[in-house]
Ligand binder design. Structure first.
Ligand SMILES: Nc1ncnc2c1ncn2[C@@H]1O[C@H](COP(=O)(O)OP(=O)(O)OP(=O)(O)O)[C@@H](O)[C@H]1O
Ligand SMILES: O=C(O)[C@@H](O)C(=O)CO
Length: 421
């Protein structure tokens, strides 16, 4: 049987690195592109076993999301992909209007796929699905922190109901081991309480052209369908784990995430290392906040031996400060100002010789990656489940760790620093 090449479409940037990392775990050489590359752009995909196109489509209008996803599909087909995976969040993040269902339908129509499985479960990170209902660390999704997510509040744990609102096709749920439910739905939410369930789910999809889900099921599916494997784990360090050239500075953490997990990680890190809390509610412009932050970094480095002091800059550590910024500027403007500060800090750090950054938060990662002009990355060493180091492909080599807000244990920032290329 000819080995397959896997083309993946992810609906946000940190979700994409999560997926890429899971595929690397299984010995696949993965290249991740941010956005759909132009035809003349060289992104190093010739040698890849899997290519992941990261979009920022999770919270946008569903028509636009379908259009972007179909453009990504066309690019992946032109690369040579013959099987396809659509990655969304393991907490099924979507708005009232979509768009997981619409994007999945758009891709399925284009590929002529009739039956579609939805496998968001990520048991290793505490996201399980039972009788079609999603749980986060044993708590129903609708009672978890996701209830209050600023962009995609998830207030219904019943994924059959959530997905049914996003597709005209009939939705049911099924255990990966036996057919349940009545009638003949063509869209199935698949239960997964552990990795054996995910493995069993991929047997159901072994003849499918398209599978949809969280990152955890993807590696098992790649095995089940025979995706090419060019690296043999664990013998070989994945490409992208070499130190970036031209690095003269230590690692800096940019934490724009307001999630509980990131707050805990930042609080622990600050006990040992200097931290700067951005005060977005101030009347200062984003540019001057960024200049102050860059000056703060330089001062620390000039005082520390060989300029080796690791630093943290955060905006979301204190809920009252976030609330104050939102009160002053409104939700959207406060977020835009914060992102603009991080974008300027990131480019300023790069200009000062920083080649390693840890970014916490999906939106924040998207902004920083865009500001740095990073268009594609190789996937390196895993720091925590779903969070790898990645190395940019292009003129200036940067090593980045892009962390979904809720991922990683309390010591994540220490672990990331210790494993930095
Ligand atoms: N002090 C602040 N005031 C207002 N908005 C802020 C503040 N700090 C962060 N934000 C904004 O909150 C949003 C946080 O989203 P982001 O996706 O980066 O993190 P997250 O939601 O925790 O992560 P994920 O999406 O990966 O779960 C960003 O738009 C960020 O700019
Ligand atoms: O699936 C997940 O939980 C993550 O990759 C993600 O998408 C978080 O936003």
């Amino acid at each position: 049987m000819k080995s397959k090449q896997l083309g993946c479409i992810a609906d946000d940037y940190t979700g994409a690195t999560d997926l890429s990392s899971m595929l690397v775990r299984t010995g696949r050489r993965v290249i991740q592109c941010f956005g759909v590359p132009d035809s003349d752009q060289r992104v190093g995909i010739e040698e890849a076993d899997a290519v992941v196109v990261a979009l920022k489509s999770r919270s946008i209008d569903s028509e636009q999301a379908v259009k972007l996803s179909l453009a990504a599909l066309e690019f992946l087909q032109s690369w040579g992909a013959d099987r396809f995976f659509f990655k969304y969040c393991s907490t099924f993040d979507s708005t009232e209007h979509g768009n997981i269902g619409q994007v999945a339908d758009g891709l399925a129509d284009e590929l002529g796929a009739e039956s579609l499985l939805f496998c968001p479960g990520f048991p290793e990170n505490g996201r399980t699905v039972h009788c079609g209902h999603l749980f986060v660390d044993g708590v129903p999704l609708s009672e978890s922190g996701m209830r209050n997510h600023p962009l995609n509040p998830m207030r219904d744990s019943n994924l059959v109901r959530v997905l049914q609102a996003q597709t005209p096709h009939r939705v049911g749920w099924r255990s990966p081991r036996e057919l349940t439910g009545d009638g003949e739905p063509s869209r199935w939410i698949v239960d997964a309480v552990d990795d054996d369930d995910l493995r069993a789910a991929t047997d159901l999809a072994s003849e499918h052209m398209l599978l949809t889900g969280g990152s955890a099921v993807a590696g098992y599916w790649a095995d089940a369908i025979g995706v090419r494997r060019s690296v043999s784990p664990p013998d070989l360090e994945p490409p992208g784990s070499e130190p970036p050239a031209g690095s003269t500075r230590p690692c800096v953490i940019l934490a724009g995430s307001c999630s509980e997990a990131t707050r805990e990680q930042a609080a622990l890190f600050e006990k040992k290392h200097p931290a700067l809390h951005l005060v977005v509610a101030d009347s200062a412009t984003p540019e001057s906040l960024a200049e102050d932050a860059l000056r703060w970094c330089s001062e620390h480095w000039s005082r520390s031996e060989q300029g080796s002091q690791p630093l943290l800059i955060s905006s979301g550590s204190c809920p009252q400060a976030v609330e104050a910024a939102r009160q002053r500027w409104g939700d959207r403007e406060a977020a835009a100002r914060t992102e603009s500060v991080f974008a300027s800090i990131a480019t300023g750090l790069r200009d000062r010789g920083v080649r390693r950054m840890i970014i916490a938060g999906g939106e924040t990662s998207g902004t920083v990656v865009g500001a740095l002009g990073v268009t594609a990355v190789r996937i390196g060493r895993e720091i925590a489940p779903g969070v790898p180091w990645v190395t940019s492909i292009g003129d200036t080599t940067m090593s980045l760790a892009l962390k979904s807000g809720n991922f990683g244990g309390p010591r994540f920032f220490f672990d990331a620093m210790e494993s930095a290329p």
